[in-house]
Design a protein around this ligand. Sequence first.
Ligand SMILES: NC(=O)c1ccc[n+]([C@@H]2O[C@H](COP(=O)([O-])OP(=O)(O)OC[C@H]3O[C@@H](n4cnc5c(N)ncnc54)[C@H](O)[C@@H]3O)[C@@H](O)[C@H]2O)c1
Length: 395
Amino acid sequence: MNPENLISRKKFLYQAGMLGVAAAVASITGEAKNLMQDGKKIRVGLIGCGSVSTKYLPHLSKSPYVQLVSTCDIIPERAKKAAEQYNIPNHYPSIEKMLAGAPFDLLVVTTDMQEHGRLNKIAIQAGKHVWSEKPLANTYKEGKELVDLARQKKVRVWGAPVVVNSPQFAFMAKAINQGKLGKVAAAHAHYGHLGPTWSAFFYEKLGGSMPDLGVYNMASLTGLLGPAKSVVAMLNVITPTRKVDNRPNPIKVEAEDNAMVLMEHASGALSHVQCGFNYFDPYGHGGDGQDKPTISIWGTEGNMHLIGYDWAPFGVDMATFESEEKTIRYAEDTGSYVWEEGASVIAKSLATGVEPLVNVDHSLHVLEIIEAARRSQEEGRRITLQSTFKWPMIT
Ligand SMILES: NC(=O)c1ccc[n+]([C@@H]2O[C@H](COP(=O)([O-])OP(=O)(O)OC[C@H]3O[C@@H](n4cnc5c(N)ncnc54)[C@H](O)[C@@H]3O)[C@@H](O)[C@H]2O)c1
């Protein structure tokens, strides 16, 4: 591809991003302009060819909007193996080599959590759009700087999770917004298992059960009840040493593996997230068979329970005065939603110009909650939040 094509293509992608909101509005009136009418796909590079990439790559490879261009991993055999498995023409051992290699539009970041902020920044500086696994960065400040840099570089950045995309989230959000629960007062969410066994980073500084697991519940509860204004938390370590596959000897657990986080939402509702790496749970890391509620919400006129984990839900039980206090199961159809769809959804959005539901201000808000919970534990006090996001997300 000659440089002129590159520039016009970049401009096209920028416009696709910037036109997103307008196109989203237009799509409602049936006038969405298909920005992919020239038949070009979004060229995608993926960095971090470990566990989660085995879920992302199959999903991306089936997307009509995606052309998989390259893989990258600091363990080069992993990048090579993934490239071979999914017929991806290029693989690299570092982000620098990847950026200097075959051109692409969107970087999908699925590396160790602690590396996300640094890699996201390098990619944005190089003019790439970014889809990042959670967390977007190590601190709220670092995350906010990424978003500002992206704006300056005229590219877009988004972060996992995509729990707001499930039909069950949509059902719950609509029920709350339509007042079916009356005045919402309280909510509880939980997610835990015995912890990942393959990589040390989950237990190292800035890792922990909050950015790995609690992040889903925090995104769901803030997505449903609105932005939080303050946080109180207790965090600790229950299992001080662990054996993981990528270290020869047991490691010291530095990040929390047990968290209780209380949020005060701007609406007045109080909610609670419980997460950890020490939960006996017959559903394991894959979550198969979890058929109990993992999120419950109570209001003055009804209550509601999400069935299954919020990243893989399959129903909502709701009881209201309207249903004569009987619990009825709703939203049993999961449609095409899967938790690993994030990067594909973003590629589609870049290609079509239709703004996705997931938005970076929400990701930043969740990142600030995680950081505030750590500070609350350290300082023994309630922490006031500064970030917010556009809410309600679904009306
Ligand atoms: N494993 C899952 O089921 C799962 C599910 C959802 C989200 N996630 C998230 O995905 C991310 C990755 O988790 P994982 O379980 O796949 O971990 P993993 O250890 O299996 O894979 C991470 C990969 O990134 C590579 N890597 C690290 N630093 C790099 C760098 N600077 N450049 C290139 N490659 C680098 C590692 O070599 C490794 O292959 C985490 O943020 C995690 O929270 C994981």
